[in-house]
Ligand binder design. Structure first.
Ligand code: ATP
Length: 665
């Protein structure tokens, strides 16, 4: 789960938009709409009127984060505004005020996402012999989520503001220091009403006590004590507390777990028996279908099953544009490998990494560490191949206290989003794009336990190798396998004696060639990657306008492999039928091979600019030379303009497809 807190939460704007009902936000600025959608409490039932002190408490934030926020905000504002203006990303249900945590992709965004998924699918399965695909349903048997642990443990700790009911993720409340004002209750002299609820307010140093009293009075007024006299005021200096709402100083509730799965009912009756979930990840379907795929695909361990699809999480605080959404897409691979004991039995040794970097082509004697390193490095290569430089990425090894209990190692691949937190040196620390986890044999074991169906694979080579081992080796490997199986079974709650018996049966099965495969899981998010590619592509430079005067150009420098449109085709003038006819011929020549945008409207310079903003890497212009007006040597040639350098060259129409395909494949 979350390792870093994002700064991009725009408190300076809170005063402008907080308290608006979801359908009453300013229309002029798409960014404000976006921010307000993120700030709105979950739904109108939580909407509150804006407390007057909201803006006055802004100095609660230290100056530094505010300055960092301002820079971040400016860049993100431009990016969000471009996304809307050019049709990359829209707020879902915008005409009804939007729905927090849900986003739609417009024409360019839809192409960008499709290209990302195609690139991933191509690299994961089409270009490999050892990975096959799967497309499973979003709603699955609820037992799947019991087996995976999602029903009981897929939750974040949340806290609510006692005054506004605004909900926060407990780990995202920033530590604050100041003076806490405590009250034991309040009375109303006129009506005789009384509240014995205790409450407290945190004030930053230097703030007058009246500010705390004002907040406390509002709290008690909400409890019916109208003409409030506060009782039992006392103060205490507090340091780095996360118990108070940073926006208004009000006490927060105690942290409580909040399950992130979205529920629904299958069938006509809304009963507990019919309760089901929208999947919070795509991975579990792969485990549930493991045996079927193994049987039909003629694959043998080691091999993988990959899937792309929607996932849903009722995130407490969706934020940072599409980064943390409630509906998103994942691209997940489960790569099944032999347990190290089986590798050692077959090959006499288990290869482990000799140092950092890509370990090269997979070898049969690789243990889990080699496979893990291999997939981490493969994934970095993938990102570099679609235009994210290695310097924009961070390889973060989860610390032992961050690892899931069954995971042996997890590397998070982070992208340095503009809204990422900064370290002491001011460097962006990055936010997670993908996790590459070595998950042991936990997942298949859990499904075996919950479904009662065998999840073992049969390994002919292991069966053949085992009898040839000497007795000492047999004992050592069996014992190791027994210990690890027993450890798992005890951990998931099996009684000691039962765990021992089952682990013994499983280590006996190993000697006959049967085991539950271990798994390496590279799990990435399509939407986060789309946002990273958009942030990475955004640039501004200087370019001459129609009259040669320099102006600022906004250019999306997408790698041609994932650019939504690969080439734009322009006739120089739209009122010359010969030019238009030829340009349409060129469009039709290219169209079977790539996405082409035909544009004949406006001055050619403006048409270039429009495509620069859309991130189209090439522009092809058909002019009078193409028609042979200056002689036969330029006939059937066009101008090819490259987006980033703006360089132009002349080449034959017949050479265009090959020339462009070389860069986009
Ligand atoms: P985080 O710590 O950011 O909540 P996570 O560790 O829970 O993420 P995983 O469960 O490992 O994420 O999911 C795999 C990938 O799915 C993530 O790396 C991310 O790219 C994507 N993903 C997860 N949650 C979201 C979300 N709410 N919105 C968009 N993408 C998400």
């Amino acid at each position: 789960m979350v390792k870093f807190l994002a700064l991009f939460d725009h408190e300076p704007r809170v005063g402008r938009v907080a308290g608006c009902a979801v359908n009453c936000v300013p229309n002029s600025c798409p960014f404000v709409k976006f921010v307000s959608s993120q700030l709105a409490t979950f739904n109108s039932q939580h909407a509150t009127t804006s407390p007057p002190f909201l803006t006055s408490l802004l100095p609660f934030r230290t100056l530094l984060p505010l300055m960092a926020d301002a820079k971040t905000t400016e860049l993100m504002e431009k990016i969000v505004s471009l996304c809307k203006r050019r049709g990359f990303i829209f707020q879902s249900s915008e005409i009804y005020g939007g729905l927090n945590g849900f986003w739609d992709y417009g024409p360019l965004g839809a192409e960008l996402k499709r290209n990302i998924k195609e690139a991933w699918w191509r690299s994961m399965t089409l270009l490999r012999d050892d990975v096959v695909g799967l497309e499973a349903t979003i709603i699955m048997h609820p037992k799947i989520w019991e087996a995976s642990g999602h029903t009981s443990t897929f939750s974040d700790l949340m806290v609510d503001c006692l005054l506004t009911k605004k909900r926060f993720r407990a780990d995202q409340v920033e530590p604050q220091s100041g003076i806490a004002y405590f009250y034991t209750g309040a009375t109303d002299g006129a009506s005789g009403k009384e509240s014995k609820d205790s409450f407290s307010v945190l004030l930053p140093p230097g703030k007058p006590p009246e500010s705390a009293r004002k907040v406390a009075k509002q709290f008690y007024q909400q409890r019916g004590v109208e003409n409030t006299t506060l009782i039992g005021e006392r103060t205490e200096q507090v340091k780095d507390t996360i118990r108070y709402n940073p926006e208004n100083g009000s006490l927060l509730t105690e942290p409580r777990p909040f399950n992130l799965m979205l529920k629904t009912y299958v069938g006509p009756v809304e009963s507990e028996d019919n309760k089901s979930y929208l999947r919070p990840e795509t991975a579990q379907a792969i485990f549930a279908q493991f045996k079927n795929v193994l049987e039909v695909s003629r694959q043998k361990v080691p091999f993988g099953i990959c899937q792309i699809g929607k996932a849903f999480r009722n995130e407490i605080n969706p934020r940072n544009f599409t980064f943390r959404s409630r509906e998103f897409e994942q691209m997940e691979l489960e790569f099944f490998i032999r347990p190290d004991e089986a590798v050692e039995a077959i090959y006499g040794n288990v290869a482990t990494p000799s140092g950092p970097g890509h370990p090269g082509e997979p070898q049969p004697n690789w243990g889990w560490q080699m496979w893990h390193q291999y997939w981490v490095e493969e994934r970095f290569r993938f990102y570099e191949n679609i235009g994210l430089p290695r310097t924009s990425l961070v390889e973060y090894w989860q610390k032992s206290d961050e690892l899931a209990h069954y995971a042996r190692a997890t590397v998070d691949i982070l992208y340095k989003f503009p809204f990422s937190k900064r370290d002491e040196k001011g460097e962006l620390m990055g936010e997670e794009l993908e996790g590459v986890a070595a998950r042991s044999d936990f997942d298949l074991s859990q499904h075996q336990r919950f479904s009662g169906k065998q999840m073992t694979a049969f390994d002919e080579e292991l069966k053949a190798a085992w009898p040839k081992l000497d007795d000492a080796k047999k004992t050592a490997l069996s014992q190791r396998y027994f210990e690890s199986r027993k450890k798992y079974l005890v951990k998931v709650g099996e009684p000691e004696a039962k765990a021992e018996k089952q682990a013994k049966e499983e280590s006996d099965a190993l000697t006959k060639g049967y085991y539950i495969p271990h798994v390496i899981e590279p799990s990435a998010g399509v939407d986060r990657l789309a946002l990273a590619l958009i942030c990475n592509a955004y640039g501004e430079d200087q370019a001459p306008d129609e009259k040669g005067k320099m102006e600022t150009r906004v250019v999306m420098k997408f790698h041609p492999r994932i650019a939504p449109v690969k080439v734009a085709v322009f006739p120089l003038l739209k009122n010359k039928p010969e030019l238009v006819k030829k340009a349409k011929e060129v469009r039709d020549l290219l169209r079977p091979h790539m996405s082409v945008f035909y544009d004949e409207a406006g001055a050619i310079g403006r048409r270039y600019r429009r495509q620069d903003e859309a991130g189209t890497p090439f522009g092809v212009t058909i002019d009078f030379d193409t028609l042979g007006e200056k002689g036969p040597e330029l006939q059937e040639t066009v101008t090819l303009r490259e987006r980033d350098s703006m360089k132009q060259e002349r080449l034959k129409i017949a050479d265009l497809p090959q020339r462009l395909l070389a860069t986009i494949r």
